[in-house]
Design a protein around this ligand. Structure first.
Ligand code: SAH
Length: 299
């Protein structure tokens, strides 16, 4: 008898189309460890698309001077639109044959937008986007296909923001030289959420910022030896008493979060017991999470 549909294991597979001027940047990070294994196990697949391949002028120019003057260069819209519209209107895994770059591009209408698949977010990496966090990573991991656009130079022509990108993501309040490292961050964080990507079950759910820890930071971890440079592993971890270990870990996660990221506590669904525990350890915030309104409220 086959399992009812809702009990069948859900194979989540994500394909990434990455649009960049520097495809070789990705070779190291994607060829090692979890991302390499996830590709071998067919949990993810990655296609790198060189935006420059989609230029038709003699010098394959992808940038130009900014209108209105000012320093630096701006990425031209046409090669980006052409690359993204060509790739996303073709089956998953399609890449432009090397010998066709520049000279034998598929027909493309510069004036009219292509009908792009509605279920593929086109994510522009930009320091102006919504800031990446574990909730956004989980949201992205549910899509079968993600397009990541990497900017360079002083940025990208505004029409890419207004007419092509469906989402804009920043990996933090600092400025990188290009979107490539940010795209790698997204690929890495999404991949480790896919069932089977980590070598152990439930691994990702028990990480900091993740549902298994209720959004808290993970507490301290120890491995052998028991005693290292005079510092012992806490006895409870060696006790074999699962309930006590669990409780200790939860308390440590609360303390860790209080110490390093008290701002997170304001938005977490803390139980009354957790709030009391935190207050006993110096939590002074007069703001707590109200489970009814799901908003921070006054204690
Ligand atoms: N002039 C732009 C920054 C350009 S940085 C501005 O002030 O907004 C060049 C490229 O690096 C950007 O187009 C973007 O793709 C990438 N980038 C820089 N910082 C980033 C960040 N924090 N997150 C994601 N991408 C970033």
């Amino acid at each position: 008898m086959s399992l009812p549909e809702q009990q069948a294991p859900v194979a989540r597979v994500v394909h990434f189309d990455i649009f960049t001027l520097f495809p070789p940047m990705f070779s190291g990070p994607f060829a090692e460890s979890i991302i390499r294994r996830a590709q071998e196990r067919k949990l993810i697949s990655i296609s790198l698309h060189n935006i420059r391949d989609y230029t038709t002028d003699r010098h394959h120019v992808c940038d130009d001077l900014p209108y209105g003057g000012g320093g630096g260069m701006v990425m031209k819209p046409a090669p980006i639109f052409r690359a993204v519209e060509t790739v996303l209107t073709r089956p998953v895994g399609w890449t432009l044959p090397l010998e066709d770059a520049y000279v034998n591009l598929p027909a493309w209408d510069e004036q009219a937008p292509a009908a792009l698949p509605a279920d593929t977010p086109i994510i522009l990496l930009t320091p102006q986007g919504r800031q990446l966090n574990q909730t956004i990573v989980a949201e992205l991991s549910a899509y079968p296909r993600l397009a990541l656009l990497c900017g360079r130079y002083e940025g990208i022509d505004e029409r890419v923001h207004t007419q092509l990108a469906t989402d804009e993501i920043s990996i933090g309040d600092y400025v990188l030289s290009g979107g490539e490292l940010a795209a790698m961050v997204i690929v890495d964080a999404v991949t480790r959420l896919l069932p089977g990507a980590l070598g152990y079950e439930l691994g990702a759910a028990q990480d900091s910022h993740s549902p298994g820890l209720g959004g808290l930071l993970e507490g301290p971890q120890y491995t052998r030896p028991h005693l290292f440079r005079g510092e012992e592993t806490p006895a409870v971890l060696l006790s074999g008493h699962h309930a006590q270990v669990k409780r200790w870990r939860h308390e440590q996660a609360l303390l860790r979060t209080l110490l390093h990221r008290p701002d997170l506590l304001r938005h977490l669904p803390l139980s009354a017991a957790d709030q009391t525990f935190l207050q006993q350890h110096g939590w002074l915030a007069d703001i707590h999470y109200d489970p009814v309104s799901k908003q921070p409220g006054q204690l």
